[in-house]
Design a binder for this molecule. Structure first.
Ligand SMILES: Cc1cc2nc3c(=O)[nH]c(=O)nc-3n(C[C@H](O)[C@H](O)[C@H](O)COP(=O)(O)OP(=O)(O)OC[C@H]3O[C@@H](n4cnc5c(N)ncnc54)[C@H](O)[C@@H]3O)c2cc1C
Length: 341
């Protein structure tokens, strides 16, 4: 029976980034199993917006660290993330603006380059915007967007080069446990033994975790992406926009592809579930990103690799533990829209 030091279930950005970090650190035999192909899940459908604007400090730290990694991605992985530094604009109504100002102050204390723009300053950035209901905006010049599929396949290729094995077209069917600890996985390619398993299976995570008797409160929610053809004389939308006044976000696409649907994996507080599972030794989870997990992927690979190896991660992610739901310590961001954190 094949054995591995760490098995990761799920080849989205989270699993691939963690496999890369573990392989780089010579953590023994690292095996990633993916039921389809690497990057084929919701990661490939991500709009890929990378912003630093959060109201919860650990998320800001994760986003800042990830942005650093996106900006030197080629040096890090030898591949591309297709990162474009377009700037990020968060439009707010007059009523929403005080919370945004508070977040911007918090971010600046953490070293983020960000500022509040008045409607006049926003118009100078792009005079085509209709700003009737807009009281102001948070602006981040260093943020932008990247490609989910490119990022994930680059992480996976770099993980392979560093010695990790990746089994595509392989579905994990059951987590095997013995006396309260994980001993392996049953997969469609046969059983694997391992004392450390990370489940990073996006919306499919609750189903697999239930085979070990663990309840992970994640709901799958269908999301529709629309790709609009601008009028011929419109030009490009240079900046990434998240519009709280009308409830949409978007970035420029090259060409028109139509539209598609994908899935968010939403938790009760719209924050991910990260780290060891108390009830089963050796079992960890990283899922429930609630529509905002792509940008966190690079930094989370580092944090999860450290946790799996029994170390303290540089960014404290302990407040995202699964146990928060049972103990009622939910994470409440300042925004009404949970996805903004
Ligand atoms: C439409 C849309 C737009 C988004 N826009 C943004 C954005 O602008 N910015 C941002 O930061 N985030 C965004 N997100 C969220 C982001 O894409 C996700 O949070 C992130 O990609 C999740 O990555 P993941 O690796 O955790 O999971 P996933 O991408 O869901 O990957 C999980 C993988 O596990 C595999 N799998 C599942 N079950 C099994 C099993 N039993 N055995 C083996 N493999 C299994 C699946 O095939 C899949 O490949 C968006 C999401 C969507 C849907």
């Amino acid at each position: 029976m094949p054995a591995a030091d760490v098995v990761i279930v799920g080849g989205g950005v989270t699993g691939a980034s963690t496999a890369f970090q573990l392989a780089q650190r010579n953590a023994g035999k690292i095996l990633l199993v993916e039921r389809a192909t690497v990057g084929a899940g919701p990661t490939a459908k991500s709009i890929g917006i990378i912003r630093l604007h959060y109201s919860y400090e650990p998320l800001i730290r994760l986003a800042v660290r990830s942005l650093e990694m996106f900006t030197r991605f080629e040096e890090l992985t030898g591949g591309t993330a297709d990162f474009t530094r377009a700037g990020f604009l968060l439009l707010a109504t007059h009523a929403q603006l005080p919370a945004v100002q508070e977040n911007v102050a918090l971010q600046r204390r953490l070293g983020v380059r960000t500022s509040i723009l008045s409607p006049e300053e926003i118009a100078r950035l792009d005079p085509r915007m209709s700003l009737d209901d807009v009281g102001g905006a948070a602006f981040e010049p260093d943020s932008g967007y990247a490609d989910g599929y490119a990022t994930t396949t680059s992480f996976a290729a770099a993980a392979r080069r560093a010695g990790a094995e990746i089994w595509e077209a392989t579905r994990a069917e059951r987590i095997v446990t013995e006396n309260g600890r994980v001993t392996g996985l049953d997969t469609t390619r046969g059983p694997i033994t391992s004392a450390r398993v990370l489940v990073a299976a996006g919306p499919w995570t609750p189903h697999l975790m239930s085979t070990a008797g663990i309840n992970v409160p994640i709901q799958a929610s269908r999301q529709q992406v629309v790709q609009l053809e601008p009028p011929a004389d419109f030009g490009r939308l240079e900046v990434v926009i998240e519009d709280m006044t009308q409830g949409f976000y978007g970035a420029s696409e090259a060409g028109v592809r139509g539209g598609y649907a994908s899935v968010y994996d939403i938790t009760p507080d719209w924050q991910p579930v990260l780290g060891h599972v108390d009830a089963v030794e050796g079992l960890s989870v990283a899922a429930g990103f609630s529509g905002h997990g792509f940008k966190l992927g690079p930094a989370l690979g580092e944090c999860l690799a450290a946790l799996i190896l029994g170390e303290q991660p540089e960014i404290d992610i302990s407040s995202f533990a699964l146990s928060r739901f049972a103990s009622g310590r939910l994470i409440r961001g300042k925004h009404i829209q949970g996805i903004l954190g």
